[in-house]
Write a protein that binds this ligand. Structure first.
Ligand code: CA
Ligand code: CA
Ligand code: CA
Length: 213
């Protein structure tokens, strides 16, 4: 189990690791239901490989049927205050119950009642989920974005990590992507390139896109 430490002002090296869950529905190919359970940004100190949680999203600050909660949890890890920004149509996503069991931060006191529900994927392709990390508190290095996704049926098939070091004005393809399964839970970890280290205007984007299998 990883230990989540408080922020250390002069600490070097911090992978960002995010975890997120997605679920696809068994519906028409053009119709995707995705459920995201929790998202984490984690920082690991090099060379100790200890991981520190930068920001954490558990999607619990909403209600069933309400809009997704994209705010980070201030009481977890470093507690970086950030909010996921997406181009996904608000009418094609909401909060559903229950949450997914995987990728809940150790020490998270919130109930895991909710997850993010995305649908009409074909109308929202590609879907971007940006995580701004404009941190005046410090810099992060050697970051990794990871997430879990539970797929049920057709829909998004790939996820690609993009990053920005100019406040989101321009996003650069990290070259790291992964295929999503057609069903079941999987955990994906995507490394953030070293070019993103110590960027005060860092922003991450995970882009879900539909490709042919
Ligand atoms: Ca929240
Ligand atoms: Ca909370
Ligand atoms: Ca949750």
């Amino acid at each position: 189990m990883r230990k989540f430490n408080k922020f250390r002002p002069h600490a070097l090296a911090a992978p960002v690791e995010s975890r997120q869950r997605w679920m696809r529905s068994r519906t028409f190919r053009s119709l995707l239901i995705t459920v995201a359970g929790a998202l984490m940004l984690m920082a690991a100190f090099v060379p100790s490989a200890k991981a520190d949680l930068i920001a954490y999203f558990n999607f619990e600050d909403s209600t069933v049927g309400g809009p997704p909660d994209f705010t980070s949890e201030a009481d977890q890890g470093l507690g970086i205050d950030t909010t996921i920004v997406t181009n996904y149509d608000p009418a094609s996503m909401n909060s559903v119950s229950p949450g997914l069991a995987l990728n809940v931060a150790a020490g998270d006191a919130d109930p895991n009642d909710l997850s993010v529900h995305l649908f009409r994927s074909a109308m929202n392709d590609p879907a971007d989920f940006d995580i701004p990390l404009f941190s005046p508190q410090g810099f992060f290095q050697d970051m990794t974005v990871s997430f879990a996704i539970n797929v049920q049926g057709n829909g998004f098939e790939t996820v690609t990590l993009w990053y920005s070091i100019d406040g989101g004005a321009n996003f650069i393809n990290s070259g790291n992507s992964a295929s999503l399964l057609t069903g079941g839970v999987q955990v994906i970890a995507l490394a953030v390139p070293a070019a993103a280290n110590n960027a005060p205007l860092l922003s991450m984007t995970r882009t879900l896109s539909i490709t042919s299998r």
